[in-house]
Design a protein around this ligand. Structure first.
Ligand code: DQA
Length: 151
């Protein structure tokens, strides 16, 4: 293992429902990157900052909860876009609260500038912070914030 690989810090980047189908979603809101390209962008942004990004997506609340347990058990920091679960999943909130390493909430769009049901986040209260509205750069900015938090 090279010294570079040796010093990289693992981070989970977890994505909730429908984010794997960005290709089908409104490009005026979510931009033009499909999920594969977003994944490449996030992994590249992470490696530039010394992170080994483990990018995951699921439409299942249960699977996301299990990934949060995995992060909690292994002290792995988390960047999470809970997608629609943001607005109502107390189960994901409770699981996210178990993660003692920094956890940052991200959104591609700015939910506060959209429909009223998106104005509530049940995750924000237990996140270290929230970055929203910058498209794929929301993830890059979260990685930057995480780097500073861990420094
Ligand atoms: C989203 C915003 C949510 O309101 C929505 O349900 C999503 C994506 C975003 O990244 O902008 O699926 O989390």
């Amino acid at each position: 293992m090279s010294p570079q690989e040796n010093s990289t810090k693992k981070v989970f980047v977890l994505n909730g429902p429908n984010l794997a189908r960005l290709d089908l979603r409104d490009s005026a809101i979510y931009g033009t990157m499909n999920f594969e390209t977003l994944t490449e962008f996030v992994k590249r942004s992470g490696s530039e900052l010394g992170f080994d990004v483990d990018m995951r997506q699921s439409d299942s609340e249960v699977e996301i909860i299990h990934w949060l347990h995995e992060a909690a058990d292994n002290s792995i920091p988390v960047i999470i876009n809970p997608a629609a679960f943001t607005h109502y999943s107390y189960a994901i909130r409770d699981a996210a609260e178990l993660v003692k390493a920094p956890l940052i909430e991200v959104h591609l769009s700015n939910p506060l500038a959209r429909e009223e049901f998106r104005h509530t986040s049940v995750i924000s209260g237990i996140a270290k912070g929230t970055i929203a509205g910058f498209g794929p750069d929301s993830y890059r900015l979260a990685l930057l914030a995480l780097k500073q938090l861990l420094a």
